[in-house]
Design a protein around this ligand. Structure first.
Ligand SMILES: Cc1cc2nc3c(=O)[nH]c(=O)nc-3n(C[C@H](O)[C@H](O)[C@H](O)COP(=O)(O)OP(=O)(O)OC[C@H]3O[C@@H](n4cnc5c(N)ncnc54)[C@H](O)[C@@H]3O)c2cc1C
Length: 718
C-alpha cells in the first residue's frame, strides 16, 4: 500500500472509531429525530442556511463512510425542508456521498485487485463498460442490495465517475422522493419499514428492470433499422451459408451439418484455404525437410562419423505438394458433402442480408436465400507500396510454394512468425538468407529473451539478420535487384536474387458485397462478442475477423459463429479468448499461452516468474536438445497460471499441458502432483512446477519439522 493510501485508510478508521466511540449513531434513530424535531425546527427558523449546510455535510459524511443512518437522514430531510427542498438536498448529498465512497474504494483497492485478479477484473470491466450503467440504475431502484455495497463494489470496477454519479442520482430519485415525503409526515411514521410497502417495492423493481428491457428493445429496433430497405424472404433455401472453405468455414459448416441444419459452403479457390494449401501444412512440411538437413549436418555430435546430405530443392517442394495432397481429403468437397454440407465450388457474393449469389466455376449462377451467413473469407499477404516493388517478381506465402529452384540469395522482409519460419527453413535448405526487420528484434510479441535466443540461433546457422532496418525502396542496378533500407540514419543496399514479403496478412474484405451492405471493416471485419456484424444474422470467423490469425483460433471462432448463427436469439455465446495458445515452428520452437512478461508489464498485471532451463532435463540432454527454457507467470503468492512461454524442442506439444491447466483452473501444485513419464520432455512441466514449489516452501513449518526430526534422533517420541 502506498503512503497516501495508508493516510486515507487511517483517516477513515479514525472517523469510524470516533463515530462509534462518541455514540453518534444514537442521534440517527427515529425516536431521537422525533424528540429533536421541534428543536431542529426552531434552529431552522433562525439559521435556515446553516442548518441546510450542516445537514448536507452530515449526509455526505454518513454515505461516504458507509455508516448506517442514511434512510433516517432522508426522513429528516423531509421533516426539516419539506418535499421539494428536502428532495433536492438529499438527492445531491446522497449522490455526492455515494461517489466519495466509490472513489475511496477505488483509491484503496483497485490497483491491488488489478494486480491480483487482472484478467478476471478486466472481464468484469468489459461487462461494466457495456452494461454497467443499466445494472447500476437497476440496483439503485431495487433496494435489495445495500447501497453502501453498491458504492464500494462499483468503485473497484472501471466505471467512469461521471456515469456512477449521474446514474446514481437518477436511480435513487424515486426512493428519495418516497422517504422525503414520508419525512414531511414524520409524526405518523412509526418505523422505517412502514415507509415502503411491498407494492411500492415491486413497482420500483419493475422500474429498475425497465432500462434493461428497454435496452433489449433498443437493440431489437436497431437491428430492425439495419434491415430497413431490405425485403426478408418468406422462405429460405438454407439455414446457413458459409463463405470460404478454409479452417473457419470448414468447421462452421461441419458443426452446422452435425446439428442437422441445411448448410451451404461456398469456396472459390481451393478447399482447405490457406492452412492446407499455402500456410500451416506446406510450411511445416518444408520445415521438416530443412530440419532433417540440419540434423544430418550435426551428425558428428551424435557420434556418426559420416553423414552427408545433398538437398534436391525441387524434390523437397514436390514433397510439400505431396503432403498437401495427402492431407487434402480431410478438407475435401467429397468429405463435406458426405457430412451433409452442400458444397458449391464458386465465388459467393452477398446481395442482401439473406441472399447469396454464387458464380460457379463453370460460369453458371445460383442464388440462395439463407437465414444466416458466416463470412470466413480469410486473409492475404500484405504487400507494402514501396517504390520499385512493382519491378520485382516478389514472392509471398501464397506463391513461394511454386518455387522449384532454390534462390541463391533470398531476402525476406519481416521478422514475424512466417518470416522467421521460412528464413530458417530456406537457410537450412542452402539459400543465403537475409532477414530484414524494422523493429529491434524478431518475434516482437514474445519476451526479449525469446527473441534474443532465436536471433542467436539464426545467426549461428548463417541467417543474416538486419534488425532495425526500414525498407525504403527497390532498385535494379545492372541486372541486380536490391533493397534500399535505412539503418541508424544510413542507407544500406541489400542485393538479392529472390524476395519474399512476409509483413503480415490482411483480411479479405473486398469484392463480395460487404461494402454494398455497409458492413464496417478496418484491418478486419468488425464483429461483436457474438461474432455478429452490424447485421445480426451475418457473422464472421477466422482471419477475416481476427484478432488472431491461427487455424486453431479460426476453428474456435467457427464453433461460436455456427452455433450463434443457428440458435440466436434463443441461445447464443460470447466468444471466449481467455486461453489462446500458439507456436512458431522454428528451432528452437517457441510456444506460448496466456500472457508473457512484456504483456503483464504493459497491462499492469502483477506476476511472479518461475523458470526452468532445459539444459537440466535428462531427455533434452540425451536428445542433444538441451537448449531453451520454460517460463511460467503466476499470480503472486499463488500457483494460478497467468501465462507460459516455452522455448525448446517440441515446445508446441509441451504447452498443451498448460493450455489444459489454464482452461480448467489447474495450478502448478496439481501439475507437480501429476506423474510424468521418465524420461520425457514433458517432465520439464513438472520440474518448473517443482521450482515454483521450492520457492514457496513454508520456511517456518520446515524449521519446526527440522527440530522435530532432531528431537526424534535423540530417541524421543516413541
Ligand atoms: C505461411 C503460413 C504459415 C502458417 N502457419 C500456421 C501454423 O503453423 N499454425 C496456425 O495455427 N496457423 C498458421 N497459419 C495461419 C493459418 O493458415 C490461418 O490462420 C488460417 O488458414 C485461417 O483460416 P480462415 O478459414 O480464416 O481463412 P483461409 O484459410 O484463408 O480461408 C478462406 C477461404 O475463403 C475463400 N473465399 C474468400 N472469398 C470468397 C468468396 N467470395 N467466395 C467463396 N470463397 C471465398 C478463399 O478462397 C479461402 O479458401 C499460417 C499461415 C501462413 C500464411
Amino acid at each position: 500500500m502506498k503512503r497516501k493510501q495508508i493516510v486515507v485508510l487511517a483517516l477513515i478508521v479514525l472517523a469510524l472509531v470516533a463515530y462509534f466511540r462518541l455514540g453518534l449513531g444514537e442521534y440517527l434513530s427515529l425516536a431521537a429525530l422525533k424528540a429533536q424535531q421541534a428543536a431542529l425546527a426552531e434552529y431552522q427558523q433562525q439559521h435556515p442556511w446553516q442548518l441546510a449546510g450542516l445537514y448536507f455535510a452530515a449526509y455526505v459524511v454518513v454515505t461516504a463512510l458507509s455508516l448506517p443512518g442514511a434512510a433516517l437522514l432522508t426522513l429528516a430531510g423531509g421533516a426539516l425542508f419539506g418535499l421539494v427542498w428536502g428532495s433536492v438536498i438529499v438527492s445531491f448529498a446522497s449522490s455526492l456521498g455515494a461517489t466519495l465512497a466509490f472513489l475511496v474504494a477505488r483509491f484503496l483497492l483497485r490497483d491491488w485487485l488489478l494486480g491480483r485478479f487482472g484478467e478476471r477484473l478486466r472481464a468484469v470491466d468489459e461487462g461494466i463498460r457495456r452494461d454497467g450503467a443499466f445494472y447500476l440504475f437497476t440496483l439503485r431502484l431495487i433496494p435489495l442490495f445495500p447501497f453502501f455495497l453498491v458504492n464500494l463494489l462499483l468503485g473497484l470496477t472501471a466505471m467512469r465517475v461521471r456515469t456512477f454519479y449521474s446514474v446514481s442520482q437518477l436511480g435513487m430519485l424515486a426512493g428519495t422522493l418516497v422517504y422525503v415525503n414520508a419525512g414531511t409526515q414524520l409524526a405518523r411514521v412509526d418505523s422505517l419499514a412502514d415507509i415502503v410497502s411491498p407494492t411500492l417495492l415491486a413497482s420500483f423493481a419493475l422500474l429498475g428492470i425497465f432500462p434493461l428491457v428497454a435496452r433489449r428493445l433498443v437493440d431489437a429496433v436497431k437491428a430492425h433499422k439495419v434491415y430497413a430497405g431490405w425485403t426478408k424472404p418468406r422462405r429460405f433455401d438454407r439455414n446457413l451459408i458459409v463463405i470460404g472453405g478454409g479452417s473457419a468455414g470448414l468447421v462452421t459448416a461441419y458443426i452446422a451439418a452435425a446439428v442437422r441444419a441445411k448448410v451451404g459452403l461456398v469456396e472459390q479457390h481451393r478447399m482447405g484455404g490457406d492452412c492446407l494449401n499455402t500456410g500451416c501444412v506446406p510450411s511445416k512440411a518444408l520445415i521438416r525437410s530443412a530440419r532433417l538437413l540440419a540434423q544430418i549436418a550435426r551428425a558428428r555430435t551424435f557420434g556418426i562419423a559420416t553423414a552427408e546430405a545433398r538437398c534436391d530443392f525441387a524434390e523437397v517442394m514436390e514433397r510439400v505438394q505431396a503432403i498437401i495432397r495427402q492431407v487434402a481429403p480431410h478438407d475435401s468437397v467429397e468429405r463435406y458433402r458426405a457430412l451433409g454440407v452442400d458444397v458449391v465450388e464458386g465465388a459467393a457474393r452477398i446481395v442482401s442480408p439473406w441472399q447469396v449469389e454464387i458464380t460457379r466455376r463453370d460460369g453458371t449462377q445460383q442464388s440462395l436465400r439463407t437465414r444466416s451467413i458466416v463470412v470466413a473469407a480469410g486473409a492475404r499477404p500484405v504487400v507494402p507500396e514501396l517504390p520499385g516493388i512493382d519491378r520485382i517478381a516478389y514472392l509471398t506465402s501464397d506463391t513461394v510454394w511454386q518455387l522449384r529452384q532454390l534462390p541463391r540469395r533470398l531476402l525476406i522482409l519481416g521478422g514475424g512468425p512466417i518470416g522467421s519460419e521460412l528464413a530458417q527453413a530456406f537457410s537450412r535448405l542452402g539459400a543465403q538468407v537475409t532477414l530484414v526487420e524494422r523493429g529491434a528484434r524478431l518475434l516482437a510479441r514474445e519476451d526479449p529473451e525469446v527473441s534474443a535466443l532465436v536471433a542467436q540461433r539464426f545467426r549461428a546457422e548463417g541467417v543474416q539478420l538486419r534488425l532495425e532496418h526500414e525498407a525504403k525502396s527497390f532498385i535494379v542496378e545492372q541486372g541486380e535487384q536490391m533493397l534500399i533500407a535505412e539503418h541508424a540514419g544510413a542507407t544500406v543496399r541489400l542485393p538479392f536474387d529472390a524476395l519474399l514479403v512476409a509483413l503480415g496478412r490482411r483480411a479479405n474484405l473486398d469484392g463480395y458485397g460487404l461494402a454494398e451492405l455497409g458492413i464496417a471493416s478496418g484491418a478486419t471485419l468488425e464483429v461483436n462478442e457474438f461474432l455478429q456484424t452490424r447485421y445480426p444474422n451475418i457473422y464472421a470467423a477466422g482471419d477475416v475477423a481476427g484478432p488472431f490469425q491461427f487455424t486453431h483460433t479460426a476453428a474456435h471462432q467457427a464453433w461460436y459463429a455456427s452455433v450463434n448463427a443457428l440458435f440466436a436469439p434463443w441461445r447464443r455465446f460470447r466468444v471466449d479468448y481467455s486461453v489462446i495458445p500458439w507456436a512458431t515452428f522454428i528451432e528452437p520452437e517457441v510456444a506460448r499461452v496466456g500472457i508473457n512478461e512484456q504483456e503483464a508489464q504493459a497491462r499492469g498485471i502483477a506476476y511472479e516468474v518461475t523458470r526452468y532451463d532445459l539444459d537440466d532435463l535428462d531427455r533434452a540432454i540425451a536428445d542433444g536438445a538441451a537448449e531453451g527454457f520454460i517460463k511460467v507467470l503466476t499470480v503472486p503468492g499463488k500457483d494460478r497460471i497467468l501465462g507460459v512461454t516455452i522455448v525448446g524442442e517440441h515446445a508446441g506439444e509441451l504447452i498443451a499441458e498448460y493450455v489444459l491447466a489454464m482452461k480448467n483452473g489447474i495450478g502448478l501444485n496439481r501439475i507437480l502432483a501429476t506423474i510424468h513419464i521418465y524420461p520425457t520432455l514433458a517432465e520439464a512441466n513438472k520440474y518448473v512446477a517443482g521450482v515454483w514449489k521450492k520457492a514457496h516452501a513454508p520456511a517456518t513449518v520446515l524449521r519446526w519439522v527440522e527440530r522435530w526430526h532432531a528431537w526424534r534422533l535423540r530417541g524421543r517420541g516413541g
